[in-house]
Write a protein that binds this ligand. Structure first.
Ligand code: ADP
Ligand code: MG
Length: 401
């Protein structure tokens, strides 16, 4: 598969880079603040590498889910400004993606200069399911450049114009961030060092249940926390009150429990739960047994006994993949489980991988040193789809080069 070196001498060449700059924003006193710039920082090395090589770097990215039309709330302008600070150089900003501003901005670039195009999802062609609509938009993007570098790992599982179609139209290569992510995922799937422990949590329950199928063939232990817990507890016949529940997944959870037992894979479920009367209500937080959740309560974290058990189960692991917070870590009373798992990962003698936007944010928010983890992935969905054994369109298209 082609890396940036395969593109040859880049001096003076216009290089379109698809980065993942989809950061959380917050409005503070009328101005937009970036609450976690992890993805921007992760994008810097490839952009810098191209700029140092004398390329005219044109960055394309999305922010949030605008509806295929311009929406100032999702402008990349504040992100471009932060990228400039991190790069330590001026970053030009085009107020459209493929329009007049984009053409003029790109034409004005000198060798080594960097520009960011406005949110690629302001154009309906980006995410269209109609191949022709996408292709036509990708053609416009391709006209802005002489080569393409795919470095937005968080989107490589999407068949979108700036991820997939544009790579069919330009000499294309994989950026260092995507290359590193794929390398780590290979280490998780091809002959992982054992014991191999997987920790799953978070709130996107049905998205994540699919990965268990594949993991049951690979992992030695599966620790389950977060919102996913309650569908499993209910599948075992317990009351889960008002907790997050996916009723239509109960049969699947039952099947996983049986299959795990048959394969000798240990599924570890919490034995105690921190519940509250309503979502995020710290004042009413209390610990109950996992099989005795009151009908009017909702589970917002794994309990302290479970947190200790999860940490102990991670103790001798040689490979760990963790995706999804153990609880509503954004509120301190429900952060204990996530803190315990994150802490255990920092002491692993082997490869520890954190996947998922909120999991990565939790690690930083709870004050852990990112360097203490083997790898913090920038893409939750993409990692999960890879681990599920699905083909990632944004990677497959690069393999054609
Ligand atoms: P990631 O981005 O790491 O893949 P998700 O997006 O699936 O993770 O889930 C993250 C969210 O899950 C967090 O905002 C957290 O508050 C929430 N969460 C964790 N546990 C629970 C729970 N028991 N009930 C409701 N939400 C939960
Ligand atoms: Mg998330």
């Amino acid at each position: 598969m082609s890396d940036i070196a395969s593109l040859g001498d880049l001096t003076g060449k216009r290089v379109l880079v698809r980065s993942d700059l989809n950061v959380p924003l917050e409005q503070v006193d009328g101005t937009t603040a970036i609450t976690d710039d992890g993805r921007i920082r992760a994008s810097v090395p490839t952009i810098k590498q191209l700029s140092d090589a004398g390329a005219r770097v044109v960055v394309t990215a999305h922010l949030g889910r605008p509806d295929g039309a311009p929406d100032p709330a999702f402008s990349l302008a504040p992100v471009a400004a932060r990228l400039g600070e991190l790069l330590g150089r001026e970053v030009a900003f085009a107020t459209d993606t493929v329009g007049e501003s984009a053409s003029e901005t790109v034409a004005a670039l000198a060798d080594g200069d960097v520009a960011v195009l406005e949110n690629v999802r302001f154009n309906e062609g980006e995410t269209s399911k109609d191949d022709d609509v996408r292709a036509s938009f990708a053609g416009q993007l391709a006209q802005l450049a002489d080569a393409f570098v795919s470095d937005g790992f968080g989107v490589v599982h999407r068949k979108q114009a700036s991820v997939y179609d544009v790579a069919l139209r330009l000499p294309s290569a994989m950026g260092g961030l995507v290359a590193t992510e794929i390398d780590v995922l290979r280490r998780l799937t091809i002959d992982p060092a054992r014991p191999y422990v997987v920790v799953l949590g978070g709130s996107k329950v049905s998205d994540k249940l699919g990965v268990i199928d594949n993991l049951l063939e690979k992992a030695d232990k599966l620790l389950i926390g977060g919102g996913m817990v309650f569908t499993f507890l209910k599948a075992q016949g317990h009351e889960v009150g008002k907790s997050l529940l996916e009723d239509d997944q109960l049969d699947i959870c039952r099947r996983y429990l049986t299959e795990a037992a048959e394969r000798g894979v240990e599924i570890v479920l919490p034995t105690d739960i921190v519940v509250a009367d309503s979502f995020g209500d710290e004042a009413s937080a209390r610990v109950v047994a996992a099989d005795a959740i009151p009908a009017d309560a909702l589970g917002l974290d794994i309990g302290p006994e479970s947190a200790a058990a999860f940490a102990a189960a991670l103790g001798d692991a040689k490979t760990v993949f963790w995706n999804g917070p153990m609880g509503v870590f954004e509120v301190d009373a429900f952060a204990g489980g996530t803190r315990a798992v994150a802490g255990a990962l920092t002491t692993i003698d082997g490869l520890s991988v954190v996947g998922g936007g909120d999991s990565a944010a939790a690690v930083r928010q709870l004050g852990f040193d990112e360097a203490a983890f083997g790898h913090i992935s920038t893409g939750g969905g993409a990692s999960l789809e890879y681990l599920e054994g699905k083909e990632l369109p944004g990677i497959a298209v690069l393999e054609r080069h």
